[in-house]
Design a protein around this ligand. Structure first.
Ligand code: OGA
Ligand code: MN
Length: 250
Protein backbone atom coordinates (compact mmCIF):
# COMPACT_ATOMS: atom_id res chain seq x y z
CA UNK A 1 0.00 0.00 0.00
CA UNK A 2 2.80 2.41 0.72
CA UNK A 3 4.22 2.49 -2.74
CA UNK A 4 1.06 3.51 -4.59
CA UNK A 5 0.32 6.14 -1.94
CA UNK A 6 3.80 7.53 -2.34
CA UNK A 7 3.60 7.62 -6.10
CA UNK A 8 0.18 9.29 -6.00
CA UNK A 9 1.53 11.92 -3.64
CA UNK A 10 4.58 12.43 -5.78
CA UNK A 11 2.40 12.91 -8.84
CA UNK A 12 0.09 15.28 -6.99
CA UNK A 13 3.01 17.43 -5.98
CA UNK A 14 4.27 17.61 -9.53
CA UNK A 15 0.81 18.29 -10.90
CA UNK A 16 0.30 21.06 -8.37
CA UNK A 17 3.60 22.64 -9.29
CA UNK A 18 2.75 22.47 -12.97
CA UNK A 19 -0.71 23.78 -12.35
CA UNK A 20 0.70 26.72 -10.48
CA UNK A 21 3.13 27.35 -13.27
CA UNK A 22 0.40 27.23 -15.89
CA UNK A 23 -1.74 29.52 -13.76
CA UNK A 24 1.03 32.03 -13.29
CA UNK A 25 1.67 31.97 -17.00
CA UNK A 26 -1.94 32.92 -17.72
CA UNK A 27 -1.69 36.01 -15.51
CA UNK A 28 0.65 38.05 -17.69
CA UNK A 29 3.70 37.06 -19.58
CA UNK A 30 5.64 40.16 -18.43
CA UNK A 31 4.97 39.41 -14.81
CA UNK A 32 5.92 35.77 -15.28
CA UNK A 33 9.10 36.60 -17.12
CA UNK A 34 10.30 38.57 -14.13
CA UNK A 35 9.85 35.54 -11.84
CA UNK A 36 10.37 32.64 -14.19
CA UNK A 37 13.55 30.56 -14.08
CA UNK A 38 13.80 28.16 -17.02
CA UNK A 39 16.30 25.97 -15.17
CA UNK A 40 13.84 25.40 -12.37
CA UNK A 41 11.00 24.38 -14.64
CA UNK A 42 10.48 20.64 -14.19
CA UNK A 43 8.54 18.31 -16.40
CA UNK A 44 6.71 15.22 -15.19
CA UNK A 45 9.41 12.50 -14.94
CA UNK A 46 6.78 9.81 -15.31
CA UNK A 47 6.63 10.49 -19.05
CA UNK A 48 10.29 9.83 -19.83
CA UNK A 49 11.94 6.39 -19.69
CA UNK A 50 15.59 5.47 -20.18
CA UNK A 51 16.08 2.29 -22.24
CA UNK A 52 17.69 -0.71 -20.51
CA UNK A 53 20.56 -0.51 -23.03
CA UNK A 54 21.70 2.62 -21.14
CA UNK A 55 23.27 0.98 -18.11
CA UNK A 56 22.97 2.80 -14.78
CA UNK A 57 26.72 3.19 -14.41
CA UNK A 58 27.10 4.62 -17.90
CA UNK A 59 27.35 8.42 -18.27
CA UNK A 60 25.30 9.21 -15.13
CA UNK A 61 25.80 12.95 -15.51
CA UNK A 62 24.65 12.94 -19.10
CA UNK A 63 21.63 10.89 -18.06
CA UNK A 64 20.66 13.44 -15.40
CA UNK A 65 21.25 16.28 -17.81
CA UNK A 66 19.21 14.84 -20.66
CA UNK A 67 16.35 14.14 -18.24
CA UNK A 68 16.46 17.78 -17.10
CA UNK A 69 16.40 18.88 -20.72
CA UNK A 70 13.54 16.77 -22.04
CA UNK A 71 10.51 18.01 -20.12
CA UNK A 72 6.96 16.91 -20.54
CA UNK A 73 4.12 19.05 -19.21
CA UNK A 74 0.99 16.90 -19.48
CA UNK A 75 -2.41 18.53 -20.04
CA UNK A 76 -0.87 21.83 -21.03
CA UNK A 77 -4.08 22.74 -22.87
CA UNK A 78 -7.70 21.88 -22.15
CA UNK A 79 -9.93 19.96 -24.56
CA UNK A 80 -11.66 23.23 -25.46
CA UNK A 81 -8.34 24.93 -26.21
CA UNK A 82 -7.26 21.95 -28.33
CA UNK A 83 -10.50 22.12 -30.33
CA UNK A 84 -10.10 25.84 -30.85
CA UNK A 85 -6.50 25.53 -32.09
CA UNK A 86 -7.52 22.72 -34.44
CA UNK A 87 -10.42 24.76 -35.81
CA UNK A 88 -7.99 27.50 -36.74
CA UNK A 89 -5.32 25.36 -38.44
CA UNK A 90 -7.54 22.71 -40.03
CA UNK A 91 -8.93 24.70 -43.02
CA UNK A 92 -5.40 25.53 -44.15
CA UNK A 93 -4.02 22.01 -43.64
CA UNK A 94 -6.95 20.37 -45.40
CA UNK A 95 -6.03 22.13 -48.63
CA UNK A 96 -2.66 20.37 -48.69
CA UNK A 97 -1.68 16.79 -49.49
CA UNK A 98 0.34 14.57 -47.19
CA UNK A 99 3.86 14.02 -48.48
CA UNK A 100 5.07 10.44 -48.64
CA UNK A 101 8.05 8.76 -50.24
CA UNK A 102 10.45 11.64 -50.62
CA UNK A 103 13.81 9.94 -50.15
CA UNK A 104 15.38 13.03 -48.62
CA UNK A 105 12.60 13.86 -46.19
CA UNK A 106 13.14 13.45 -42.47
CA UNK A 107 9.37 13.07 -42.17
CA UNK A 108 7.12 10.57 -43.89
CA UNK A 109 3.42 11.32 -44.29
CA UNK A 110 3.11 14.94 -43.33
CA UNK A 111 1.83 18.32 -44.32
CA UNK A 112 2.86 21.52 -42.65
CA UNK A 113 2.38 25.22 -42.43
CA UNK A 114 3.61 28.17 -40.40
CA UNK A 115 1.51 30.65 -38.54
CA UNK A 116 2.44 33.90 -36.88
CA UNK A 117 -1.00 35.37 -36.18
CA UNK A 118 -3.72 33.62 -34.24
CA UNK A 119 -7.28 34.27 -33.13
CA UNK A 120 -7.34 35.92 -29.72
CA UNK A 121 -8.24 32.77 -27.74
CA UNK A 122 -5.52 30.75 -29.48
CA UNK A 123 -3.02 33.58 -29.15
CA UNK A 124 -3.47 33.26 -25.38
CA UNK A 125 -2.33 29.62 -25.60
CA UNK A 126 0.63 30.57 -27.79
CA UNK A 127 1.57 33.21 -25.22
CA UNK A 128 1.60 30.49 -22.57
CA UNK A 129 3.91 28.36 -24.73
CA UNK A 130 6.25 31.30 -25.37
CA UNK A 131 6.33 31.94 -21.62
CA UNK A 132 8.12 28.63 -20.92
CA UNK A 133 11.20 29.76 -22.88
CA UNK A 134 14.17 31.14 -20.95
CA UNK A 135 14.16 34.80 -20.07
CA UNK A 136 15.54 36.88 -22.92
CA UNK A 137 15.05 34.15 -25.54
CA UNK A 138 14.01 35.39 -28.96
CA UNK A 139 11.63 33.07 -30.74
CA UNK A 140 11.06 32.59 -34.44
CA UNK A 141 8.10 34.81 -35.31
CA UNK A 142 6.01 31.90 -36.59
CA UNK A 143 4.94 28.64 -35.04
CA UNK A 144 5.45 25.49 -37.11
CA UNK A 145 2.26 23.48 -37.53
CA UNK A 146 3.10 19.88 -38.41
CA UNK A 147 0.33 17.47 -39.32
CA UNK A 148 1.53 13.85 -39.23
CA UNK A 149 -0.73 11.26 -40.88
CA UNK A 150 -1.65 8.16 -38.88
CA UNK A 151 0.67 6.21 -41.20
CA UNK A 152 3.43 8.80 -40.95
CA UNK A 153 6.52 9.04 -38.78
CA UNK A 154 9.46 11.34 -38.15
CA UNK A 155 12.90 9.82 -38.68
CA UNK A 156 15.79 10.49 -36.29
CA UNK A 157 17.24 13.95 -36.80
CA UNK A 158 18.64 16.95 -34.98
CA UNK A 159 16.95 20.25 -35.81
CA UNK A 160 19.38 22.25 -37.97
CA UNK A 161 21.30 24.87 -36.00
CA UNK A 162 20.89 27.20 -38.98
CA UNK A 163 17.14 27.33 -38.49
CA UNK A 164 16.62 26.74 -34.79
CA UNK A 165 18.18 27.89 -31.51
CA UNK A 166 18.58 26.23 -28.10
CA UNK A 167 15.00 25.51 -27.09
CA UNK A 168 12.12 23.79 -28.89
CA UNK A 169 8.63 23.50 -27.42
CA UNK A 170 5.97 21.34 -29.08
CA UNK A 171 2.29 21.21 -28.24
CA UNK A 172 0.85 17.80 -29.13
CA UNK A 173 -2.72 17.60 -30.38
CA UNK A 174 -5.14 14.88 -31.57
CA UNK A 175 -3.08 11.76 -30.82
CA UNK A 176 -0.50 10.51 -28.38
CA UNK A 177 2.88 9.46 -29.75
CA UNK A 178 6.24 8.20 -28.57
CA UNK A 179 9.29 10.37 -29.17
CA UNK A 180 12.66 8.59 -29.04
CA UNK A 181 15.95 10.32 -28.30
CA UNK A 182 19.20 8.57 -29.27
CA UNK A 183 22.69 9.82 -28.54
CA UNK A 184 24.41 10.71 -31.80
CA UNK A 185 27.75 9.12 -30.83
CA UNK A 186 26.61 6.35 -28.47
CA UNK A 187 23.54 4.68 -29.98
CA UNK A 188 22.84 2.60 -26.85
CA UNK A 189 22.04 5.80 -24.93
CA UNK A 190 18.34 5.98 -25.68
CA UNK A 191 15.27 7.38 -23.97
CA UNK A 192 11.59 7.45 -24.87
CA UNK A 193 9.11 10.17 -24.05
CA UNK A 194 5.40 9.58 -24.05
CA UNK A 195 3.82 12.61 -25.72
CA UNK A 196 0.22 12.43 -24.68
CA UNK A 197 -2.45 14.34 -26.48
CA UNK A 198 -2.51 17.97 -25.15
CA UNK A 199 0.93 17.83 -23.56
CA UNK A 200 3.75 20.30 -24.18
CA UNK A 201 7.29 19.01 -24.49
CA UNK A 202 10.31 21.21 -24.09
CA UNK A 203 13.57 20.01 -25.58
CA UNK A 204 16.74 21.93 -24.84
CA UNK A 205 20.49 21.67 -24.25
CA UNK A 206 21.94 18.17 -24.62
CA UNK A 207 18.53 16.72 -25.52
CA UNK A 208 18.33 19.11 -28.45
CA UNK A 209 21.98 19.03 -29.60
CA UNK A 210 23.55 15.67 -28.65
CA UNK A 211 20.58 13.36 -29.23
CA UNK A 212 18.55 12.77 -32.34
CA UNK A 213 14.79 12.78 -31.89
CA UNK A 214 12.17 10.88 -33.84
CA UNK A 215 8.43 10.26 -33.61
CA UNK A 216 7.74 6.54 -33.91
CA UNK A 217 5.30 5.22 -36.50
CA UNK A 218 2.20 3.24 -35.55
CA UNK A 219 3.93 -0.15 -35.71
CA UNK A 220 6.70 0.83 -33.30
CA UNK A 221 4.65 3.08 -31.09
CA UNK A 222 5.00 1.23 -27.79
CA UNK A 223 5.22 2.72 -24.31
CA UNK A 224 6.13 0.52 -21.31
CA UNK A 225 5.23 -2.58 -23.30
CA UNK A 226 1.85 -1.29 -24.41
CA UNK A 227 0.98 -0.30 -27.93
CA UNK A 228 0.09 3.36 -28.29
CA UNK A 229 -2.46 3.90 -31.02
CA UNK A 230 -0.96 6.48 -33.37
CA UNK A 231 -3.70 8.41 -35.03
CA UNK A 232 -3.30 11.58 -37.02
CA UNK A 233 -1.32 14.01 -34.88
CA UNK A 234 -0.79 17.74 -35.10
CA UNK A 235 2.10 19.46 -33.36
CA UNK A 236 2.40 23.21 -32.91
CA UNK A 237 6.09 23.83 -32.45
CA UNK A 238 7.71 27.05 -31.23
CA UNK A 239 11.45 27.42 -31.62
CA UNK A 240 14.08 29.80 -30.42
CA UNK A 241 15.76 31.77 -33.18
CA UNK A 242 19.07 30.35 -34.36
CA UNK A 243 22.23 31.89 -33.07
CA UNK A 244 23.97 34.24 -35.45
CA UNK A 245 25.59 32.46 -38.38
CA UNK A 246 29.03 33.72 -37.28
CA UNK A 247 28.58 31.88 -33.97
CA UNK A 248 27.53 28.69 -35.72
CA UNK A 249 30.53 28.67 -37.94
CA UNK A 250 33.01 28.98 -35.11
C1 OGA B 1 10.38 18.58 -36.31
C2 OGA B 1 10.03 17.61 -35.25
C3 OGA B 1 8.41 16.83 -33.67
C4 OGA B 1 6.95 16.85 -33.41
O1 OGA B 1 9.46 19.10 -36.97
O2 OGA B 1 11.58 18.86 -36.47
O3 OGA B 1 10.91 16.98 -34.73
O4 OGA B 1 6.58 16.91 -32.25
N1 OGA B 1 8.75 17.51 -34.85
O5 OGA B 1 6.17 16.78 -34.37
MN1 MN C 1 12.82 18.04 -34.97
Amino acid sequence: MRIPTFSVLKKCKIKTALYQLTRTITISSDEVKSKFDFNKLTGDPDYVDIHPSWKVYEEPELRAEVLRNMRILPDFVSEAEEASLLAEVEPQLKRMRYEFDHWDNAIEGYRETERSTWRADNEAVLTRIRAVFPQGATLLPHAHVLDLAAAGHIKPHVDAVRFCGDVIAGLCLLSSAVMRLTHEKHPNLVLDALLERRCLYIMSGVARYEFTHEVLGGEDSVWRGEKQPRRRRIAIICREQPKKIEDNEM
